[in-house]
Design a protein around this ligand. Structure first.
Ligand code: KG4
Ligand code: ZN
Length: 338
């Protein structure tokens, strides 16, 4: 190990993934371990906060040890710990924060608090250093936000959902179709068998210049449609494909609008929904025609992971090292914004 090498342990427990990763010098992933609680929450059609917190407690130690082992490092090699401080479920965040504090205290190394949303925006750096400024669409189960990213640590919110997040609408429609949780991948799979033009579900706010989104209308529209579906003869796959089409159409058009209004020709799409293959393909084709380059983290870095938290933490530390000298007062910030 040279003096310039910095190893960061990242810990992420904001929702229903217990994750730990070790990265080298901010961008090189040495390990990225993710333990999903899908099996615990799927029968409820959504995350049950109390169960999520308990499940994190059960596995966090072994997930961190696995991340350390897979990286081929020992505790003494770790230079700093980056941990998600919010937003998310308070009981889940506290598990990661407390373990991170214990590690930092025992090893006498800095602990860095990371905003989960910043982690998502940063995840593209694990693959490539996109030139600034760029437009970022962060689209997950909790958020659907458009940002102008000026430089690392400087994010201007351009638009956000006024009600449901796009991922949340995938999850709710999947529940209506009896598919299970999380709904996004299940809807995507089913949609491959269906006709995306079978039914025109509403595209909210596309008539307006606003960069805000709204997804509660499309969800309600699917619900009402399913009540009277028999007369239409449409299959579950048709409904899934048509619903997915409405969401993708809205996301891509708003992303294009943001790029145009900010005169920026680079767009990053990130967050769990960015794992959706149809969204990736449509973004590339629509933005490509306008000369806008689009960038997507690999699906495994789109959904919740600790490598993105370690990456964001690494760069946050470089910006302001003194801020993290003794950050043991870090607390769970369930509603933290960027
Ligand atoms: O970023 P993420 O892992 O966690 C949050 O911070 O919310 O995103 C999870 C969300 C869920 O709503 C899930 O259904 C959605 O991302 N998602 C997808 C896909 N994979 C995950 N949505 C659509 N298509 C996918 N392939
Ligand atoms: Zn997330």
């Amino acid at each position: 190990m040279t003096d310039q090498t910095v190893y960061t342990l990242g810990i992420e427990t904001s929702c229903d993934e217990t994750a730990a990763a070790v990265i080298k010098n901010g961008r090189e992933i040495l390990s990225n371990v993710i333990s999903s609680q899908e099996a615990i929450h799927s029968r409820y059609g959504g995350v049950v906060p109390e169960l999520a917190g308990r499940a994190h407690v059960d596995v966090i130690d072994q997930i961190i040890l696995q991340a350390l082992n897979e990286a081929g490092l020992s505790w003494q090699d770790i230079d700093q710990v980056a941990v998600t401080e919010g937003p998310g479920l308070a009981g889940s965040l506290l598990v990661g924060l407390n373990v991170a504090k214990a590690i930092a205290y025992a090893l006498k190394i800095p602990i860095i608090g990371v905003n989960h949303l910043e982690g998502h925006l940063t995840s593209i750096y694990l693959q490539e250093a996109v030139e600034f400024p760029y437009i970022a669409l962060s689209v997950s189960g909790g958020h659907t936000d458009l940002y102008r990213v000026e430089r690392f640590g400087s994010y201007q919110l351009l638009g956000r959902t006024r009600d449901d997040a796009a991922g949340e609408s995938f999850d709710k429609v999947a529940k209506m179709l009896g598919l299970g949780y999380p709904g996004g991948p299940l809807i995507e799979k089913l949609a491959r068998e269906g006709n995306p033009s079978a039914h025109a579900f509403p595209r909210a706010m596309l008539d307006k210049d606003s960069l805000d989104f709204s997804f509660s209308g499309v969800k309600t529209s699917v619900k009402n449609f399913l009540l009277n579906r028999e007369a239409t003869g449409l299959s579950d796959a048709d409904v899934a494909a048509s619903f997915q089409e409405a969401v993708i159409d809205t996301l891509v058009k708003k992303l294009l609008l943001a790029c145009r209004s900010e005169s920026i020709s680079r767009a990053v799409v990130t967050g769990g929904v960015a794992a959706n293959g149809a969204l990736r393909a449509r973004t590339q084709s629509v933005l490509g025609k306008e000369g806008i380059a689009s960038y997507f983290p690999k699906p495994v870095y789109c959904t919740d992971n600790a490598a993105m938290i370690a990456c964001a933490g690494h760069f946050k530390f470089l910006e302001q090292p003194e801020r993290w000298d003794n950050a043991f007062s870090l607390d769970a910030l369930a509603n933290l914004s960027l």
